[in-house]
Design a protein around this ligand. Structure first.
Ligand code: GLC
Length: 507
């Protein structure tokens, strides 16, 4: 592995902040597109590839629209979010084998809505995360807008039940995690993330909680009685999932000492201390320095004999934000990020996954994927759009536990502030690129799109949470049930009309 380089910080505040934010807001408006004549969401990138019409950056991706919808909610632009949610619901698959699955992306072409459930992607893999995000966004919409009637409506409740059918059904194994193939979430090219990857499990936890909140809205009659059973089952599942993940995915320096000395090859009825039969030899040495004394994180995956110890930023941030981690565990995670800042933040916060796979491992496990070269794209690349979930996790912690470890939280907040300036100073010059390459994340990604929507809106969300209204982080609290949520009032940016067709290049 390439040794870490000393961090050269570009953290100067920028007197052009207001101008840059206003320019980003204008760009964001241009990403919004209409479906059936009404704004429905954002395309993935403003600059789509002119030579290959099969490339789909001009479509409305569900996952890319997560920060878009959150930002629109914070702006009080509820009809757009409602239209987006309705379209997704309408496109929820009714096919026998994929019933209940939400599409990866959709687009309106000559008056017809065309949806992709994975059948048009390179690896022909369905995006599991898109389906898991829908209830989370739906519940956030209900909370922010106070539109409880929509949440309790038969259409929404049916959508929730169809999705739960996919998750809560009997299977060949008894763990509460969701098994998925490689490439089924944001990491949508081979990266050896099949099985029970953390990002899907953290999101599943948030999804199940949101489904519970939505089901709780059904108060009366036959429907309420039927929902009640599902509600109990979902609550139990959520609890079991949390217990399972904290037991098998959470590691610290202390737990590592225990894990390395556990017996192996145990079978039979006795209580096993090593249920997944993990041999101590598979525990990588880099973990020693990575964990330091008081750091902790959720590992990337647990599979019999083959845990994945890589660090995945989004799964960890969501685990913290959605309250899967306890307060002390959240602080151990922030300590770990601070300690490994030269890797995880470097010149362009934040790295997607660490460490990258190189050499034979890259060849065997990615199938020589030319986009996932070491230090590029999903394989150790830096994605500016991954900073806001981490920032939200930190701000949520500070709100819920204002007096816990003030020193650590102060340092974490300072780091965030510096990361914000790094993005603000670089992203406009780098044309709001999709991702960045190399051990320090300095180079624009080799095949990165420019004017990528979630880079733009991720920065705007970060600006909103750090500089404008930190209290709006409350929107992510999936345990709070009071509606409508009192979001802060701030002067909304000028709203321009959404474009009819995806803008193609020409910036
Ligand atoms: C790439 C990313 C995926 C994203 C899509 C659209 O395929 O890997 O996560 O949703 O681009 O931006």
């Amino acid at each position: 592995m390439v040794p870490p380089r000393p961090l050269e910080r570009r953290t100067r505040p920028n007197s052009g902040e207001a101008r840059i934010v206003a320019a980003a807001e204008d760009l964001f408006e241009r990403t919004l597109v209409t479906v059936r004549g009404q704004p429905a969401g954002a395309l993935a990138a403003l600059q789509t590839h002119l030579h290959d019409s099969a490339l789909n950056y001009g479509e409305i991706f569900l996952r890319d629209n997560v920060p878009v919808m959150v930002y629109l909610l914070l702006q009080g632009r509820f009809p757009i979010v409602r239209h987006f949610l309705d379209l997704c619901l309408e496109l929820q698959s009714s096919n026998t084998r994929t019933r209940g699955v939400f599409p990866t992306s959709f687009v309106e072409e000559s008056g017809t809505i065309v949806a992709d459930y994975g059948q048009r992607s390179i690896g022909r893999i369905t995006s599991v995360d898109a389906s898991l995000w829908w209830p989370v966004l739906c519940w956030m919409y209900v909370r922010a807008s106070g539109d409880v009637i929509y949440g309790a409506s038969p259409g929404v409740q049916r959508g929730v039940q169809l999705l739960l059918d996919l998750v809560l059904h009997p299977t060949f194994e008894g763990t509460p995690v969701l098994f998925v193939p490689d490439c089924s979430f944001m990491i949508d090219r081979p990266m050896d993330v099949w099985g029970a990857p953390l990002e899907v499990q953290s999101l599943l936890y948030g999804c199940l909680k949101s489904c519970c909140r939505l089901m709780e809205l059904v108060q009366k009659g036959q429907a309420a009685r039927l929902t009640q059973q599902r509600l109990e089952l979902t609550r139990t599942w959520t609890r079991d999932l949390r217990v399972f993940l904290l037991k098998h995915y959470w590691v610290t320096s202390k737990t590592m000492q225990v894990l390395r000395r556990r017996p192996t090859e145990q079978y039979g009825d006795q209580q096993s201390q090593n249920e997944f039969n993990v041999q101590p030899e598979v525990i990588p040495h880099w973990l020693q320095e990575w964990l330091d004394h008081r750091g902790g994180y959720l590992i990337g995956n647990m599979r019999t004999g083959r845990p994945d110890f890589r660090f995945y930023s989004l799964g960890n941030s969501l685990g913290s934000l959605f309250g899967l981690l306890t307060g002390p565990q959240q602080r151990a995670l922030f300590r770990l990020v601070l300690h490994n800042r030269q890797h995880l933040m470097a010149q362009m916060p934040m790295r997607i996954c660490h460490p990258p796979m190189e050499g034979d491992e890259w060849r065997d496990k990615t199938g020589m994927d030319p986009k996932n070269w070491p230090w590029s794209y999903h394989n150790g690349g830096h994605w500016p759009s991954l900073l806001w979930p981490f920032a939200a996790a930190v701000l949520m912690h500070r709100r819920r536990r204002p007096s816990d470890d003030v020193l650590l939280m102060g340092q974490t907040r300072t780091m965030l502030e510096e990361c914000y300036w790094q993005q603000l100073n670089q992203l406009p010059r780098q044309q709001w690129a999709e991702y960045f390459d190399g051990p320090t994340g300095t180079w624009v990604g080799q095949q990165a799109r420019t004017y990528q929507t979630w880079t733009i809106v991720g920065f705007l969300l970060l600006h909103h949470l750090l500089r404008r209204c930190p209290e709006d982080v409350e929107l992510f609290d999936l345990d709070e049930t009071a509606t409508p949520l009192r979001l802060s009032t701030w002067s909304r940016p000028v709203r321009t009309r959404a474009t009819k067709k995806p803008a193609d290049g020409g910036l």
